[in-house]
Design a protein around this ligand. Structure first.
Ligand SMILES: [Zn+2]
Length: 341
């Protein structure tokens, strides 16, 4: 075994056996923002077999305050978050496999993207994706680790199907976190994201090495500014008799025939549009066409086009993020005008 993991092997909770087990595991990280950057870094260094990073966005200047895998050069190169993270992490540990997927996780691609995951780590910023992850994980008995932060407050909980309450069980008793604001309206300090992601990574080590007795059970809430730590134990999150996901096995988020065409991006003043036909765009051709209408920059991952106060980012799968508006109609109008429906 590599000297690289010597200190971790020395630790009583891991040992040689634990490390061997860890090295056979594939983790999928969904969302590579503030939480995802930190948990990905810790997991890659721990020596899992493979980390798959799924993220739909590209890097912006306001991300650098807390998203620890990115730097100014990544912004200059217009890199999507998943690609920039993959490049950094693969250099950090060449013994493992790091893969990137610039994609929006939705019912039509979730089976393919998550099929070989032993564990899923939540780095997303929205409830729709979390309910989708929960449905998939309960259905396939895959553990996942919820994480969320805003301001100076963070939440995390392990969801281990058939062993703990699921995400939907919990939300029957806890008001949806974050529904009253976003990172854009409330702000966020980096230490809370770093802390919650570190807890997620520690829990991941326990789950991946099958140390279920040591796994934290229940919801943990920490506020770093008010110095509060609260815990809601799994026993107190009463399994409601009619939980649609884990009791009735009704997976409504997986069953949506077609994913929502539009998504308002949390804290971004932006709308994501997803073409229904999943077409492949020739970015070079499109760039030539768009050069005539506005200021563009592009690489093999995306094109960015500035028109007045708006900016369109277009990906090869036809997906687009339109910044500068929260109005779906305006976003659709811009997409139809410049990209074509
Ligand atoms: Zn449930």
């Amino acid at each position: 075994m590599s000297e690289r993991y010597a200190r971790q092997v020395l630790f009583y909770g891991i040992g040689k056996e634990g490390q061997k087990t860890l090295m056979e595991k594939t983790v999928v990280l969904i969302g590579c923002g503030a939480l995802g950057c930190t948990s990905a870094n810790l997991l890659v260094r721990s020596g899992i077999k493979c980390l798959k990073i799924i993220d739909r966005d590209y890097i912006e200047e306001s991300n650098l305050q807390r998203q620890s895998l990115f730097d100014e050069e990544d912004i200059k190169q217009n890199l999507p978050k998943a690609v920039a993270a993959q490049k950094k992490l693969q250099k950090t540990n060449s013994l493992i496999r790091v893969e990137s997927f610039v994609a929006d996780l939705n019912p039509s691609n979730i089976e393919t993207l998550l099929q070989d995951a032993h564990l899923i780590v939540d780095g997303t910023d929205n409830f729709e994706t979390r309910f989708l992850i929960n449905d998939y994980c309960v259905k396939n008995s895959t553990p996942w680790i919820y994480g969320a932060c805003i301001g100076s407050t963070g939440l995390t909980m392990n969801i281990i199907p058939s062993k703990t309450p699921c995400f939907r069980c919990m939300l029957e008793h806890v008001p949806p976190f974050g529904t009253t604001g976003t990172c854009d309206t409330e702000g966020i300090i980096a230490p809370i994201a770093s802390l919650i992601a570190s807890i997620q990574a520690a829990e991941a080590l326990k789950i991946l090495t099958n140390k279920y007795d040591d796994v934290s059970k229940g919801l943990l809430k920490i506020d770093l500014w008010r110095n509060e730590i609260k815990r809601m134990f799994a026993e107190d999150i009463i399994d409601i008799a009619d939980c649609l996901a884990c009791r009735q096995h009704h997976y409504e988020f997986l069953k949506k025939d077609v994913c929502s065409m539009t998504t308002t991006l949390c804290g971004r003043n932006a709308i994501q549009l997803l073409p229904l036909n999943g077409s492949k765009l020739d970015l070079t051709k499109l760039a030539t066409r768009l050069e005539k209408v506005g200021k563009i920059s592009y690489n093999s991952f995306l094109i960015r086009l500035k028109i007045d106060k708006y900016e369109l980012a277009v990906f090869p799968d036809g997906r687009s993020i339109i910044s500068g508006t929260n109005d779906v109609a305006t976003a659709k109008g811009l997409y139809a005008k410049y990209i074509g429906m």
